[in-house]
Design a protein around this ligand. Structure first.
Ligand SMILES: O=C(CO)[C@H](O)COP(=O)(O)O
Length: 257
């Protein structure tokens, strides 16, 4: 059986000046994470810091991503950033469809799908967030909400592109201040269903990472679940010690460590 190599990454959301982001990146480049072969580390800075962070982390194991992008190549889309622009800045992956963008910026399954299609066409890895609202969770409608969002992603993904899609299950009720981490077994069940959906369509599973109030106390338990292929961390990884600490903790818990 293949050894599990979990994704462990962080998005800084709308935090960090360039100087702060680059200080994080320099410390990360000097840490063991920079040369790890046990996990797949990534950081997702705000647009303004991508180029500086990517330069500092180039040649390390750490991938750099963007938090969003537009589906068009270029044009009259004031305030937007395209796939060629984020690639030019040094990003190799892009986060799409975070619930904060769906809720506050009107993103829909359809616009997320347009973005996924464009990201894949440009050779980027698409980290696509899906999640259930508290109301959906309480109504027992988590699985159907996730299946709908995942179907939108699959509708634009060719079989040959599947290895460049990672789904992040981020329950809306577990994200940010006041969020409650999902029970690891509950999260694992949702991940298994998403993988099953991929197998039904493509004949192969897909990587599914978990995000939402991941912290030093719960990271190992979540990462150990069979269908959880990694962790996507917010607040607990916004300082470099927090991020490195979680990566090291998960690494120590991996079989053969
Ligand atoms: O996107 C997230 C991870 O970067 C996510 O929203 C989780 O945030 P957290 O609850 O602050 O870990």
């Amino acid at each position: 059986m293949a050894v599990k190599r979990p994704w462990i990454g962080t998005s800084w959301k709308m935090n960090k000046t360039r100087a702060e982001a680059e200080a994080f990146a320099r410390a990360l480049a000097a840490s063991k994470v920079a040369s790890t072969r046990k996990v797949l580390p990534f950081v997702i800075p705000p647009f303004t810091a991508i180029a500086g962070v990517a330069e500092i982390l180039s040649g390390t194991a750490v991938r750099v991503g963007a938090q969003n992008m537009h589906w068009a190549e270029a044009g009259a889309w004031t305030g937007e950033i395209s796939a060629p622009m984020i690639k030019d800045a040094g990003a190799t992956m892009v986060e799409l469809g975070h619930s904060e963008r769906r809720i506050h910026f009107g993103e829909t399954d359809e616009t997320v799908a347009l973005k996924v299609k464009a990201a894949l066409a440009h050779g980027l890895l698409a980290l696509v967030c899906v999640g259930d609202t508290r109301a959906e969770f309480e109504a027992g409608a988590t699985a159907s909400a996730l299946a709908r969002q995942v179907e939108a992603v699959f509708s634009v993904t060719e079989p040959s592109q599947l290895s460049r899609v990672v789904i992040a299950y981020e329950p809306v009720w577990s994200i940010g201040e006041g969020g409650v981490p999902a029970d690891p077994d509950f999260a694992d069940e949702q991940h298994a269903l998403i993988k099953k959906q991929a197998v039904a369509r493509y004949g192969m599973p897909i990587d599914v990472v978990y995000g939402g109030s991941v912290n030093p106390a719960n990271c190992r338990e979540l990462a150990a679940r069979p269908s959880i292929d990694g962790l996507f961390i917010g607040r607990s990884a916004w300082d470099v010690q927090g991020y490195v600490g979680i990566v090291e903790s998960v690494c120590e818990s991996l079989p053969g460590a």
